[in-house]
Design a protein around this ligand. Structure first.
Ligand code: NAP
Ligand code: ZN
Ligand code: ZN
Length: 350
């Protein structure tokens, strides 16, 4: 066991404070990671504020982790001390169910072990990346390729894979018209990745405030969803819509933007339920779907793809101070982030 410094929320919606947690001793197949940067995902906020379900408190959020290997267990073969590595949203899964065997561990039938706000299979609470060190099994650790700096790599571990996976699964590529709804942490990476896959990309944002950035990141078109004209001019246009919005939306309006056989995939997970009318799907054989992060193999594939295409997140680096993180949470909720906050965990004292 070792003690590591953390930033934690003691009770739901409370302010952040500095604290410590115990990390398990480095086991046969574990790696001990010195965390350099940890991204702030909107999912951290949903959980720290109990917007999805009862959380486990105190909570140390953080599932966009990038750092270097400080120690390895005797049986570790994939990583060595000094390697640049990442950890995403889960740190274990049953390895035996059909989904795990298919490399889709994020859909483990026993329930994968979340990086924080969960319990491992021995019943021990998990604590995430807003900390200086973490111990993770090598099989649930990703390699960060040369060419991506650790600060811009961290958000790829959740925001990157969460957009890459549906884009890949639903065939984004040359000849396909893809819309990304919401240009926040997930959305801005969705734009970069969809453009790199060769799709024709449209951003659907609440306003045109970030249009210049959107086009710089690779969007061919940019439209404001606050303008009713957008839904008229783009009706029946898209093969694929990836919805990254953390709030409920008028789903029927968005479905009307899909062409025959088009699919709208929700990756945003608002606290409340959306509603839609069956006509919006039946009329054009449309699909409404959802997608959750990605498996380990696909996450590594995404990291390699991003390295090859020079893709990292656009980040604002934060000092590891409780008041700074509290303010950052408010800015994320207010759609005032360009485009991902990452916390400089190495600077945390202790
Ligand atoms: P984010 O940085 O806050 O981005 C969300 C974006 O949605 C905002 O930047 C804003 O973009 C738009 N938006 C916000 N409120 C809106 C509203 N009321 N109406 C319309 N648009 C609105 O959040 P994120 O970290 O990207 O996460 C987004 C969602 O995905 C969260 O619900 C998160 O929990 C979820 N998530 C899911 C997975 C998964 O595996 N499925 C993984 C990670 C995160 P504009 O300013 O451009 O309109
Ligand atoms: Zn996340
Ligand atoms: Zn499983």
């Amino acid at each position: 066991m070792s003690t590591t410094a953390t930033l934690s929320v003691p009770t739901p919606s409370a302010a952040f404070e500095t604290s410590t947690v115990e990390r398990r001793a480095v086991g046969e197949h574990d790696v001990l990671i010195d965390i350099a940067y940890s991204g702030i995902c909107h999912s951290d906020i949903h959980q720290a504020r109990n917007e999805w379900a009862e959380g486990i408190f105190p909570m140390v959020p953080g599932h966009e982790i990038a750092g270097t290997v400080a120690e390895v267990g005797p049986g570790v073969t994939k990583y060595a001390v000094g390697d640049r590595v990442g950890v995403g949203c889960f740190v274990d899964s049953c390895r035996e169910c059909e989904n795990c065997r298919a490399g889709e561990e994020q859909y483990c039938l026993k329930g994968e072990v979340p990086t924080y706000n969960g319990k491992d299979y021995d019943g021990v609470e998990t604590y995430g990346g807003y900390s200086k060190q973490i111990v993770v099994h090598e099989d649930y650790t990703l390699g960060i390729p040369e060419g991506i700096e650790l600060d811009v790599a961290a958000p790829l571990l959740c925001a990157g894979i969460t957009t890459y996976s549906p884009l890949h699964h639903w065939g984004a590529g040359p000849g396909k018209k893809v819309a990304i709804v919401g240009m926040g942490g997930l959305g801005h990476l969705g734009v970069k990745i969809a453009a790199a896959m060769g799709a024709e990309v449209t951003v659907l944002s609440q306003s045109l405030k970030k249009e210049e950035d959107g086009r710089r990141l690779g969007a061919d078109h940019y439209a404001a969803t606050s303008d009713p004209e957008t839904f008229e001019s783009l009706a029946g246009t898209f093969d694929l819509i990836v919805n990254t919005v953390a709030a409920t939306l008028p789903v029927d309006k968005y479905l009307s933007l899909l062409r025959l056989d088009g699919a709208m995939v929700n990756v945003g997970i608002p606290a409340d339920a959306d509603t839609y009318h069956a006509f919006s799907l039946a009329g054009m054989r449309r699909s409404l779907a959802g997608s959750k992060i990605g498996g380990i193999r696909e996450t590594q594939e995404m990291l390699d793809f991003c390295a090859e295409h020079g893709i990292g997140a656009e980040v604002e680096v934060l000092a590891p101070e409780p008041a700074v993180i509290d303010e950052a949470y408010e800015r994320v909720v207010g759609s005032d982030v360009r485009y991902r906050f990452v916390i400089d965990m190495a600077a945390l004292e202790g």
